[in-house]
Design a protein around this ligand. Structure first.
Ligand code: URA
Length: 207
């Protein structure tokens, strides 16, 4: 069953305030994205399947659980890269498959410029993009990940707009969306309000 989850934890609220602040310098902005992604990934991975494994402690044998399912992280270039290491820290065995889209500023539509998937898709995929704005690149990314063969796909974002959520849900009702915040909506340039500005520029200091 798919879900739309907005994190309500006080730590998320606290770190979001610093992330949104236009005076936050790049190096702190990157740290904030990382902290928020750790909290987001913790929530988004709560239903991962686990298998029983016998472990020998220094004292005795005991049954434990581990994750054996192949998991793919699909950061949408370039801003999604800012989230990737935080998820890898929690799931070190995850594979990372990059997808590149840029936004055509005249049509505001996503244009793919990079994709290199292997023959063997992961069973579970997490698409990473800090800003779910119009939902155009998110829908395209999920199309590509599903065409590739991943069965279970979720979106992880820092801020989502109601318009973006609706677009993804319409195209992919089976896809769960996890976001640190759901904002008011988009402005005429398809930026999220109140948002945080351009996430890629703020992560990579290219303002
Ligand atoms: N992408 C961004 O980086 N910010 C927005 O507000 C919308 C899309």
């Amino acid at each position: 069953m798919s879900r739309v989850v907005e994190l309500k934890h006080p730590l998320v609220k606290h770190h979001m305030a610093m992330l949104r602040d236009k005076n936050t310098p790049t190096y702190i902005f990157r740290d904030q994205i990382r902290r928020l992604t750790l909290l987001l990934a913790y929530e988004a991975t709560a239903t991962l399947p686990v298998e029983e494994v016998n472990i020998e402690t220094p004292l005795c044998n005991t049954m434990c659980k581990h994750i054996t399912t192949r998991i793919g992280l699909v950061p949408i270039l370039r801003a999604g890269l800012g989230m990737c290491e935080a998820v890898q820290e929690l799931i070190p065995q995850a594979e990372v498959w990059h997808l590149g889209f840029y936004r055509d500023e005249s049509t505001l539509k996503p244009v793919e410029y990079y994709q290199k998937f292997s023959e063997h898709p992961p069973e579970i995929a997490f698409v990473l993009d800090p800003m779910l704005a119009t939902g155009g690149s998110a829908v395209e990314a999920v199309n590509m990940v599903k065409d590739w063969g991943a069965e279970n796909v979720s979106m992880l974002c820092t801020i989502a707009s109601p318009e973006g959520i609706e677009k993804v849900q319409k195209a992919h009702p089976d896809v769960s969306i996890f976001s640190c915040a759901i904002d008011e909506g988009l402005n005429e340039n398809a930026y999220i309000l109140p948002g945080l500005g351009d996430a890629g520029d703020r992560i990579f200091n290219t303002l």
